[in-house]
Design a protein around this ligand. Structure first.
Ligand code: SAM
Length: 294
């Protein structure tokens, strides 16, 4: 089977199978070999690696992954793509095509079966509308992951990397940075895809921290505080937490914690670093004497 990472061969495959793009699955296929090579290089795939590819499409990147990895599992939700993948990947014996929604796959089991529970690498050109649930699902499920190298909407890549006090800083920045170190690999313009998306894209690599970067006694509380702070961005942190469903600390407790941290009572959530959110969670637990999220 011919290499797919160019427009002619991609068109030939699409015509052979009379394939219709499905907007609901965010189908924009990569047609630029330079971008594909960059993704493989950034993901640092070697013959030791077991790789999970989310949304292989017609198998363009999958072919590259099969060339470099020990084994690849490619999870695709569109059943019309399964016969195409079977064809385009017929030359490789180190790939399993899994017809499923990635959000329903038991990745822990997959890793046990395919990689004896050792860390896997995730590579994906994601449908943009489910980027956040996929990434957070992977991290929160505590699947052993070495790195996630993904194509996302450019603005999402910027949010993942943002620091305190910037307009892009938010719950996604903190959640990603809690688990991983984000590094921008490349900006990718719309003409590298077929069909062209109407937004700019970027490849970002998230390398999972080996050790926790901050100490929190209650991870759930930490994330509840982060979400509540950014849900009401224009409010002060004290008022944001006071109005948030599921968080039941008093204003006095929050002000006392901020004071202890040397922060003014009118500080906004967007000014706090991850370390400060962790400290806040620990102080609130201390003042309330236990679990307080409902
Ligand atoms: N990797 C291919 C490429 O780079 O050319 C295709 C990328 S395309 C942006 C996204 C792919 O993810 C599509 O093939 C789409 O059908 C698939 N997809 C969408 N939602 C999915 C889900 N929940 N689980 C698995 N695959 C999904």
């Amino acid at each position: 089977m011919a290499e797919l990472g160019n427009p002619q061969n991609t068109i030939a495959v699409l015509q052979k199978y009379n394939f219709n793009f499905q907007k609901k699955f965010g189908q924009n296929f990569l047609i630029d070999p330079r971008v594909l090579e960059k993704i493989i290089e950034a993901a640092d795939i070697s013959r030791d690696d077991f790789v999970l590819e989310i949304g292989p499409g017609i198998g363009t990147m999958t072919q590259y992954l099969c060339e470099h990895a020990r084994e690849v599992a490619a999870v695709e939700i569109d059943k019309n793509l399964i016969p195409i993948l079977t064809d385009t990947l017929s030359g490789y014996d180190n790939v399993e095509i899994i017809y499923n929604d990635i959000l329903k796959v038991d990745i822990n089991r997959l890793v046990q079966e395919k990689n004896q529970g050792n860390s896997l690498k995730v590579v994906a050109n994601l449908p943009y509308y489910i980027t956040t649930p996929i990434i957070m699902g992977l991290f929160e499920s505590h699947v052993p992951i070495d790195s996630i190298t993904i194509m996302v909407q450019k603005e999402v890549a910027e949010r993942m990397q943002a620091g305190p006090g910037t307009k892009d800083y938010g719950a996604l920045s903190l959640a990603v940075q809690y688990y991983a170190k984000p590094e921008l690999v490349a900006n990718v313009p719309p003409n590298c895809f077929m069909p062209r998306p109407n937004v700019g894209s970027a490849v970002i690599r998230l390398t999972r921290h080996n050790e926790a970067q901050v100490q929190t006694a209650d991870e759930k509380l930490l994330f509840a505080l982060i979400r509540a702070s950014f849900n009401q961005r224009r409010k002060t942190l004290v008022n944001g937490l006071n109005n948030a469903a599921g968080i039941s600390y008093t204003k006095q407790q929050v002000v006392k914690a901020l004071e202890k941290m040397g922060l003014p009572a009118n500080v906004r959530g967007e000014a706090l670093t991850l370390e400060q959110f962790a400290e806040l969670s620990n102080l609130l637990l201390l003042y309330s004497g236990g679990e307080q999220i409902g």
